[in-house]
Each structure stands twice: as C-alpha cells, then as structure tokens.
Write a protein that binds this ligand. Structure first.
Ligand code: FE2
Ligand code: FE2
Length: 273
C-alpha cells in the first residue's frame, strides 16, 4: 500500500487582507475528497506572517479546518528571507519563534514504509543552528529509507552545482550544507513551492517537483516561464519498495489571480527588462 501525501503550497492566506483566501475552500474540498494520509504545506502559508502574527494564526486555523493530518514548513512570507538576500524581512530568531508558536515546528520528519519524509526551512536553514542540527539528525537517522525533502524553495534552479544567488532557489552555501548532511547519498525527491510554477524533472540523480501554488501566478512580464503557470496541488504516492509517483491536480476552480495586477499584496512588481 502506498502512503499518499497531498502537497499544497503558497496559499498566502490572511483574514484581514483576504486577497487569495477564496481559493482555499475549493482546495480544501478537493483534499478532503482525495483523503490523503498526510497533507504537507510547503510554505507561504500566510500573506505576511513575517510581520503579522494574525496571518500566521489564521493560516494555522485554515490548515486545522481541513480535518486531515497535516505538517508544514515555512516560506519567506512566513518567516522572512535568507540573510544574504536583500530582503526587507530578513529571517530572525523572533520570526522563527513566532512561526513555531503560531503554526508548527520549523521542520519535521515522518517515517512511512520505505521512506523518510523530511521537512526543513530553506530561508533560515543557515541562520538557525538548532534547526540545522535537527535536519542533520533527521537525515542521519533515515537508515536504509529513501529520503524525500519537503521545503519552500527548490534545492537548485537547474543543477546542484549552480552558483547563482537570487530570490528563487536555496542559496549555494546552505545547499552545500544540506548536501553535506547526506554524505555520499542524495535525496531521492525534493518537493518544493515558492516559484508558483509547476515543474517536474530529474537532475543530479534527484527528482525535483515544483508544486503549483494555490493563491496566484506571476505573469510572464514579471517572471520568466520556467515551468507551467497553473494552480493546484500534487499527490505523492510513496511505495514501500522505495518507488514514488506524483500526480498533478490542476484546479480550474481556483481563481488564477495574477500578482502583477494586485499591487496591494506585495507592491508593484518589477517588469523583466
Ligand atoms: Fe509564494
Ligand atoms: Fe515564497
């Protein structure tokens, strides 16, 4: 019997500024109908949890309302962004503590037959020794199980050897630290969010799945299309023999908000040159 995980991501929820909340009820309905063993939220649960405890509490309440077993890792809009990026909301101990107090631990691991599912925070991974050590221990303790990582940012845009430093992937330094935790192994799967584009490919011996967002897409004028711009979620089936399948559920019932047309969310976006 496969262990079925529903991966949802980038819901950007807020009770006081519910710009994207209308997409949550149909998503929740689809998840309840699918009856996965576990729901994993890969971050940007909230519109602005980095500065709003209320947004985090609201996101937590929405996850609880699913009536399904769930875990989550934070996104940059939940806890702030990596300290080496020019963010107006850098990740801090205070922001990490707020996420943990309002929503869930920063990471998780869950053993299912043949697999260990490991969740981690890609924004504060380098800045938080406690979280880094907990992640290392989860990876070390996997034994013969294959490891599936669930995280907000993709582990790399194209290849593990990438040196680019930008908003989208895990940065080279924390990537190197994360890979060092695996020794001569590799994660079998890295399932991420953040890009608001669907992508599914193999590279460096890893299957990389970028899950589609639930809240909005970013138009081509502002973000080059790398994968497919659609809304929905991903159903992962983990088999005891170490195999894995992923099925994308595109949801036309969700409103395809385009972030470039909604400056009240995160300000006016910069057009690509
Ligand atoms: Fe997002
Ligand atoms: Fe994000």
């Amino acid at each position: 019997m496969a262990f079925r995980v529903a991966q949802i991501t980038d819901t950007h929820l807020s009770r006081t500024r519910p710009l994207f909340d209308g997409n949550f009820p149909p998503l929740a309905e689809a998840l309840r109908a699918a009856r996965p063993e576990l729901v994993v939220h890969t971050g940007d649960l909230s519109l602005d949890g980095a500065d709003s405890e209320e947004d985090l509490r609201h996101g937590r309440a929405m996850m609880d309302s699913l009536g399904l077993d769930w875990v989550a890792v934070p996104g940059n809009h939940d806890v702030g962004d990596d300290l080496t990026l020019p963010s107006r909301q850098p990740v801090t101990a205070e922001r990490h503590a707020r996420w943990e107090g309002c929503v869930a631990p920063l990471g998780f691991f869950r053993d299912v037959p043949g697999w260990r599912l490991v969740g981690l925070d890609t924004q504060g991974f380098a800045a938080n020794p406690r979280h880094r050590e907990a992640t290392a221990a989860a990876i070390r303790g996997a034994g013969e199980r294959r490891i599936a990582l669930f995280q907000h940012k993709p582990i790399a845009e194209e290849a593990l050897a990438d040196t680019a430093v930008n908003y989208w992937p895990l940065l080279p330094e924390p990537r190197a630290e994360l890979l060092a935790m695996f020794g001569d192994r590799r994660p079998a799967l890295v399932a991420s969010g953040h890009v608001h584009q669907l992508r599914d490919r193999e590279a460096d011996g890893i299957r990389h799945i970028w899950a589609p967002a639930a809240a909005f897409i970013v138009g081509d004028a502002y973000h080059k299309p790398v994968g497919r711009k659609l809304l929905g979620w991903v159903e992962h089936s983990f088999h005891p023999d170490g195999t894995h399948e992923a099925r994308v559920h595109a949801m036309e019932e969700l409103t395809p908000h385009e972030l470039g047309a909604i400056p009240e969310a995160y300000g006016a976006l910069t057009r690509l040159g």
